[in-house]
Design a protein around this ligand. Structure first.
Ligand code: 9G3
Length: 568
C-alpha cells in the first residue's frame, strides 16, 4: 500500500475528552473517530486490526467445533418477555418500535435469540453438543460511555452459546472455550489471566473473566502472590482467609454509652478506645424487597455484589438519610442491629465471631458496647459479604493477596437451564424423556480487545502493535522521495517485501522525514525501514519499533532481518 493513496489522518493534539492512553492514541493515530458519545467509526487502519482479531477469534472458535451464524441486531420484545428480562433492564436497553408499533430492542446480547432458535430447531439429544457463535455489533446505552472503545454504547462482540444434554457436557464445552480464549489472547500478543468472576445470584453457576492487566482497567483483580497457588478473582467475587476473632473474653452485659457527634468508625473507635475490628459497621440498603441492614466488622467494607447475590435482588442502593432516620430512629452514624425491627440483617461471618462488640444504639449520640451477636441481635443471614483487599491472606494457601486493575476482554459463563427453562428449550433424551437444554455463553469484546492491546503496548511516541495485530508489518520511509536513487531503492524494497507476503506501507507522501518518522512511531508499525543516504550502496536501516534496535543491511539480509524483528 502507498501512503499517498491511503487514509492516514494522524493528529498532533490529544483529544481533551480522552482520559485513557488507548483512547488518546487510537484517535491521534487515526484508527477511530467519534460519531457520537460511545459510538465510533473504525477508520481503515483500525479496520485492518479488527479484521486480524476477528480472524484469530474465528479460527479458535472453529477449532473447538464452533459453527458461525449471524443473528439479528433487532430483537422482538416478545422473546425478552418470555425470558423475563424485558422489565428487568432499564434505560441501558435500547428500545424502539417498528412502523406497526411493535416493540423491539437493539441486542445487548443474544441469549434470547439463540435460545429461541434452538428451541425450534433442536429436539433430540443426538443434535448436541452444539456450539453456535456470531460476531457482530452489540448495543448497551451506558450511562457514562468513556475510555473510547473500552466502554462504548455500540461495540463488536463475539458471542458463542453452547448447548448440551447434561452438566458433564457443559463442563466439556466450558473447558473448550477456556482453552480457546487462552489461545485467542495469547495469539493477540496480550498478557492476560483468567480470573473467577461473579456469576450472579444463581448459586453454583460458574464464570471466568479473561483480564488484561492495565492501569486503565475498570475491574479490580485480586490474586495470590504465591505462584504455586494461582488463585485469582474479580474483587466482586474474591474471598480471603477469614480474620480471627479479635478478642476472646467473657460476654459482658449490654451497655449504652454516650458518643456525642461520633459517627464514623474512626471517630467511635478513637472516642471509645476500641479497635475498628471490634466495631460492627451497620449499613442500610434499599432493595425492591424492602430495606436491609448489612453488617461487617469495622475494619472491613461491604461487597455489594456478594450482598446482592445473597439477597437475590435486582436493585440495591444505599438507603438515603431520611430512610435511615425513619428506620433506625437516629441520624446517620448511629445505626446498629440491636432492636432494629422489620429490617433483614445480613451479617458477615466475621461479625458472628465478635464478643463484646460496639455498634450504633439507634439513638442520636449513643452507641452500645458489649454487643454479643446471637444474644443482643439475631442475624437473618450469616455469610461472606466482605470486600477483599490487597495484603490479606489467601484462603487457599496462606499467601498474600495482591490487587491490580484489569480490562475484561472476555467472559465465559455456565448458564445451566436459566434460559432454556424460561423459554421452553427442551430435548428428548435417550429414554424419550423431555429435559431442558444445558447452556453456556461465552463473550469476547472484539473492539475492547483492540483497545486493551494498545493499553498494554505503547510508549511516549505512540502505539507498539504486536506483530499479529499490526495494521501493516512494515513501513518504508524514503528520507527524500525526490532523490531518484532513494525512490528507486524504496520501490525495490517495497516490491521485495510485498512479494514475500509482508503487509507493507510505502510512505511516499510529500512530507518532511520527521513527519514520517513521528507518524510511523505513533501508528505503531512493528518494523520501520529507512531508505536514506546509504541508498547508493544499496543499504537500508531496519528499526524495531518496540526496542528501538536498528541495523543497517543490504537487500540480501532484509527479509531475514524483518522476520526476526517481527518475532521479537
Ligand atoms: C441487557 C443489557 C446489558 C447487559 C445484558 C442484558 C450484560 C446482559 C450479561 C451478558 C452475559 C453474556 C453472552 C456473551 C457473554 C456475556 N449486560 N449482560 O445480559 F439487556 Cl442492556 O451479556 N452474554
Amino acid at each position: 500500500m502507498r501512503a499517498s493513496e491511503y487514509m492516514i489522518v494522524t493528529l498532533r493534539e490529544t483529544p481533551a475528552e480522552a482520559e485513557v492512553v488507548s483512547h488518546q492514541l487510537l484517535v491521534r493515530a487515526g484508527f477511530i473517530r467519534k460519531a457520537a458519545a460511545g459510538i465510533y467509526t473504525i477508520l481503515p487502519l483500525g479496520q485492518r486490526v479488527l479484521k486480524k482479531i476477528i480472524a484469530i477469534v474465528r479460527e479458535e472458535m472453529d477449532r473447538q467445533g464452533g459453527q458461525e451464524l449471524l443473528m439479528p441486531i433487532m430483537q422482538p420484545a416478545e422473546l425478552w418477555m418470555k425470558s423475563g428480562r424485558w422489565d428487568v433492564y432499564g434505560p441501558e436497553l435500547f428500545r424502539l418500535k417498528d412502523r406497526h408499533g411493535r416493540d423491539f430492542c437493539l441486542g445487548p446480547t443474544h441469549e434470547e435469540i439463540i435460545t429461541e432458535l434452538v428451541r425450534n430447531e433442536v429436539r433430540s439429544y443426538k443434535q448436541m453438543p452444539l456450539l453456535l457463535y456470531h460476531i457482530g455489533n452489540k448495543y448497551r446505552d451506558e450511562i457514562r460511555p468513556r475510555f473510547g472503545l473500552m466502554r462504548g454504547r455500540e461495540f463488536i462482540m463475539k458471542d458463542l452459546y453452547s448447548f448440551d444434554i447434561d452438566e458433564a457436557g457443559l463442563e466439556i464445552s466450558y473447558q473448550k472455550m477456556h482453552e480457546a480464549y487462552s489461545r485467542v489472547f495469547s495469539r493477540c500478543g496480550l498478557e492476560f489471566r483468567p480470573v473467577e468472576a461473579d456469576s450472579g445470584p444463581i448459586g453454583g453457576n460458574v464464570s471466568h473473566e479473561f483480564m488484561v492487566f492495565a492501569d486503565a482497567g475498570e475491574a479490580t483483580v485480586v490474586y495470590c502472590d504465591n505462584p504455586e497457588c494461582g488463585y485469582a478473582a474479580n474483587v466482586e467475587k474474591a474471598i480471603s482467609k477469614r480474620k480471627d476473632n479479635p478478642a476472646d473474653e467473657q460476654p459482658q452485659p449490654l451497655e449504652e454509652v454516650s458518643t456525642p457527634g461520633m459517627r464514623t468508625i474512626e471517630e467511635v473507635s478513637s472516642f471509645l478506645g476500641v479497635a475498628p475490628e471490634r466495631l460492627i459497621k451497620t449499613v442500610l440498603y434499599r432493595t425492591e424487597k424492602g430495606i436491609v441492614a448489612a453488617l461487617v466488622r469495622g475494619d472491613r467494607d461491604i461487597n455489594e455484589v456478594k450482598l446482592q447475590n445473597v439477597l437475590g435482588t435486582v436493585h440495591l442502593e444505599l438507603a438515603d438519610e431520611a430512610t435511615i432516620e425513619q428506620v433506625t430512629g437516629a441520624p446517620v452514624g448511629f445505626a446498629g442491629p440491636v432492636g432494629l425491627d422489620g429490617v433483614d440483617l445480613v451479617v458477615d461471618e466475621e461479625v458472628t465471631d465478635l464478643v463484646n462488640g460496639v455498634t450504633g444504639a439507634n439513638r442520636k449520640d449513643a452507641h452500645y458496647i458489649n454487643v454479643n451477636p446471637g444474644r443482643d441481635f439475631v442475624p437473618d443471614h450469616v455469610t461472606d459479604i466482605r470486600l477483599v483487599g490487597a495484603g490479606e491472606t489467601c484462603a487457599y494457601c496462606g499467601g498474600t493477596l495482591v490487587a491490580t486493575r484489569g480490562i475484561e476482554v472476555g467472559q465465559i459463563f455456565k448458564l445451566g437451564t436459566k434460559y432454556s427453562k424460561a423459554m421452553g428449550a427442551t430435548f428428548l433424551d435417550a429414554n424419550g424423556e423431555e429435559k431442558p437444554i444445558i447452556m453456556g455463553c461465552y463473550g469476547i469484546g472484539i473492539t475492547r480487545t483492540m483497545a486493551a492491546a494498545v493499553e498494554q503496548n505503547h510508549d511516549d511516541y505512540g502505539i507498539i502493535w504486536p506483530a499479529s495485530l499490526a495494521p501493516f508489518h512494515v513501513v518504508i520511509v524514503p528520507v527524500n522521495i525526490k532523490d531518484k536513487t532513494q525512490a528507486a531503492l524504496a520501490e525495490q524494497v517495497y516490491r521485495l517485501l510485498e512479494n514475500k507476503g509482508f503487509e507493507t506501507l510505502l510512505d511516499d507522501r510529500r512530507e518532511r522525514p520527521g513527519v514520517k518518522f513521528n507518524d510511523a512511531d505513533l501508528i505503531g508499525y512493528p518494523v520501520r525501514i529507512t531508505v536514506g543516504k546509504k541508498a547508493p550502496e544499496g543499504l537500508v536501516e531496519v528499526r524495531h519499533r518496540r526496542t528501538g534496535e536498528t541495523i543497517t543491511v543490504g537487500l540480501d539480509e532484509l527479509v531475514s532481518t524483518v522476520n526476526s524483528f517481527l518475532e521479537k
